[in-house]
Design a protein around this ligand. Structure first.
Ligand code: M6R
Length: 367
């Protein structure tokens, strides 16, 4: 049932273009520059009444939430807070009936996320969920759902569920922006067009597999890794670090690249590989100079950059060239792939149990 792949994780990584197509399928209204979310259950008037959005999740789903904040604030101009479920529920959060609480959960059974939803509802918030498992507890109890159609995810390390969560957030952003009329038809159409191109770009990016395997061989003895990104790619750096920790048991940290100089730069030496997400786009120059700071201190950089970026290539030890979009908003989806492949190959070479890493469960139903 692994379809010829050595592990479920690798199968699921390669399934991602299909998973993204399925999550988009039937939901686009290209002419209107809008999307149709069949189970969202909130009309334009309700979406207009929202004053604030809180996105709550755990682990990888929390990383998706961080990308969601960027998308929603940029395109819908609604303030968004992102919380880790186990933190949220033990605070005294400011939530009322004008707050839209969004829970993100692959399994729909994560105890902390479920409890955060129940607490939010008690305080009068409307709750919607982004879930992969139909009829899961979170999906059932929420007022509305945007299902990701990733299909069953077996590998404990989330891959296709994550990228489809990003797609669901992107779709939700279009819906919210159009409902609130802050996004015009043209912008909606452009966003849809960019999304439609994503699966093919992912297929292109999956061709990095062999190169990444070779790269992994040169770095698997490192004790620590640093992952750097800025803006929407900062959560992708966090996700890359989490993937590596989970399945290879190598310590890794994700950091916003601009925050390096406030401390972590002291860690840089020739023993610590630094993965830098430096695609062309909004933050390019800034990240590029952060990368130069790392190199100047003897750091070994694995850059993930846009295809054909000679400037980056001549500076770094390894460049993983990715087929990015001009549109920054979809790049986190594509850049997730080299993150997943790097963690996967390091883990395989180290001989760990990739699909069922030690101490971890697929869904965490205890607090
Ligand atoms: O099912 P959920 O999305 O609620 O799960 C949340 C986390 O437990 C999950 O993302 C976890 O971090 C994964 N092992 C990540 O690969």
């Amino acid at each position: 049932e692994k379809g010829g792949y050595k592990h479920f994780m690798l199968k699921e990584i390669f399934e991602q273009p299909r998973a993204v197509r399925d999550t988009i399928a039937g939901r686009l209204r290209e002419e209107a520059g809008d999307v149709y979310l069949e189970d969202l259950s909130l009309n334009d008037e309700q979406l207009n009444g929202v004053e604030r959005i809180c996105i709550i999740a755990c682990g990888t789903s929390w990383h998706a939430a961080l990308v969601g904040k960027f998308l929603i604030e940029e395109h819908c101009r609604v303030p968004v807070d992102v919380d880790i479920a186990s933190e949220f529920r033990y605070r005294n959060p400011v939530i009322n009936n004008k707050t839209l609480v969004m829970l993100i959960s692959q399994s729909g059974e994560t105890a902390d996320t479920l409890a955060a939803m129940r607490e939010s509802r008690r305080r009068g918030a409307t709750c919607i969920a982004i879930c992969n498992v139909v009829d899961s507890s979170i999906a059932r109890e929420a007022d509305g759902v945007v299902y990701t159609h990733a299909g069953p995810e077996i590998g404990v390390a989330s891959t296709k569920a994550f990228v489809t969560q990003l797609v669901a957030l992107y779709l939700f952003t279009i819906r919210l922006g159009r409902a609130r009329q802050i996004m015009d038809v043209e912008r909606g159409r452009k966003m849809i067009a960019a999304l439609v191109r994503v699966p093919a770009l992912m297929e292109e990016t999956l061709k990095l597999n062999e190169q990444v395997e070779k790269v992994a061989r040169n770095y698997l003895h490192a004790r620590d890794f640093l992952y750097l990104g800025r803006g929407m790619n900062y959560p992708i750096a966090l996700e890359g670090a989490l993937k590596l920790k989970e399945i290879s048991y190598i310590h890794a940290e994700g950091y916003p690249a601009g925050e390096m100089k406030h401390g972590p730069i002291a860690l840089i030496d020739e023993n610590m590989p630094v993965v830098v997400l430096v695609p062309e786009g909004d933050n390019y120059e800034k990240v590029f100079s952060n990368m130069e700071e790392v190199i100047a201190r003897g750091g070994r950089v694995i850059a993930v950059c846009s295809a054909g970026d000679e400037e980056v290539k001549k500076k770094v030890e390894v460049a993983l060239e990715v087929a990015c979009e001009d549109d920054d908003d979809v790049n986190p989806i594509i850049l997730s792939i080299p993150m997943q492949l790097l963690a996967y190959h390091v883990a395989v070479l180290k001989g760990t149990d990739v699909d069922q890493p030690r101490n971890l469960a697929k869904s965490v139903t205890v607090e």
